[in-house]
Design a protein around this ligand. Structure first.
Ligand code: F6P
Length: 346
């Protein structure tokens, strides 16, 4: 083995650069050259690459985003020409393996590459924490930290003005961030995609709190949540884009509460959105990303490609890519149960 590639796929998150740096450090120490691929699989299809060294990556540990850029492209889905070009670039650079840092759908793309003869080791990342086969993903801890700080800040103004404060967090399919930050930030109501929203019951909780003399209420809602009896997420399509950019369920909840509201609650909506994806990773994410990067190169050196590095029950391990691809990990029932001690809705 003489050289490996590394790429970051899907949406960015804090900790990607820490993972890239770890791959470069561990691989360089093992005598391997490392080629960085720009913008996920697009960079392999279009041959956009750069040589990475310890010197080039020494200072990126705490930097947000990805020095390589990100994309969610999948050349293996329905474009045979792109698939061939991707494999060709890999061969032209005389690479022996590829570390793919990505979320659920990128692990599917990675499996497609593995099937075309590109030895892959995956590294799970996404602020959503919904990658199957690992207890935790790079970026989740930082996103929860950011969302918790937002809730803390919004709480003091909610208390001062007797407001019902609705805070919309990210989380496309599951409510990991909403539940974790909801617990950490002391939310009174937590709403997630797991449990369709019952507007009457949200209103009841606000009323009961008011009867108890608590004139403010903190509602944390995951962006992917839907209303009871409906199956529609809220968001918009950018021109020419099939992907639904989620946002708006918090406002929709406020509108529905307002319509019900005889007493005129003071409703305020804050969508914290991409703030959760940006910025410097927490120390927990830096450590996780560094360990995943080292483990990925170790797996590659041991010939254990076709796997994703993972943490399960506190142990570093490998999960086969075909057990990850196309699957999503819902919030653990135990975590939801614990959240119910503090908040309704969840
Ligand atoms: O998957 C991570 C994530 O941050 C989701 O929580 C969110 O729905 C999505 O990416 C946002 O992506 P985009 O910026 O493309 O709308």
């Amino acid at each position: 083995m003489a050289a490996i590639g590394v790429m970051t796929c899907g949406g960015d998150c804090p900790g990607l650069n820490a993972a890239i740096r770890a791959v470069v450090f561990r691989a360089s120490d093992a005598g391997l050259r490392v080629i960085g691929i720009n913008e996920g699989f697009d960079g392999l299809t279009q041959d956009k690459t750069l040589e990475l060294t310890k010197d080039k990556t020494r200072d990126i540990l705490g930097r947000g985003g990805s020095i390589l850029g990100c994309s969610g492209s999948n050349p293996f889905r329905d474009d045979p020409e792109a698939a061939d070009a991707t494999v060709e670039t890999f061969k032209r650079h005389e690479l022996d393996g590829l570390v793919v840092i990505g979320g659920n759908s990128s692990m599917g793309t990675a499996l497609g590459a593995e099937k075309r003869g590109i030895p892959i080791v995956g590294v799970p990342k996404t602020i959503d924490n919904d990658v199957e086969g690992t207890d935790v993903t790079i970026g989740f801890d930082t996103a929860v930290e950011t969302a918790t700080e937002a809730i803390d800040r919004l709480r003091t103004t909610a208390e001062s003005h007797d407001r019902v404060m609705i805070i919309e967090t990210m989380g496309r399919d599951f409510g990991w961030i909403a539940v974790a930050a909801g617990i950490a930030g002391g939310a009174d109501i937590i709403l997630t995609p797991e449990e369709p929203i019952d507007v009457d019951s949200v209103a009841d909780t606000i009323r009961v709190r008011q009867e108890e003399g608590l004139d403010f209420t903190i509602i944390v809602i995951g962006e992917g949540a839907t209303f009871k009896g409906e199956d529609q997420q809220f968001g918009h399509h950018a021109p020419g884009d099939r992907w639904l950019h989620l946002s708006g369920v918090g406002r929709a909840l406020a509108d529905r509460l307002e319509a019900l509201d005889p007493e005129r609650w003071k409703l305020t909506v804050s969508v914290i959105g991409h703030l959760q994806r940006g910025g410097s990773p927490t120390s927990t994410d830096r450590i996780l990303a560094s360990r995943f990067g080292v483990a990925a190169v170790n797996a590659m050196l041991e010939g254990k490609h076709g796997n994703m590095v993972a943490i399960r029950n506190g142990q570093m391990t490998l999960t086969p890519l075909d057990q990850v691809a196309g699957k999503l990990k819902a919030v653990e029932p135990e975590l939801i149960e614990d959240a119910r001690s503090f908040a309704t809705g969840v």
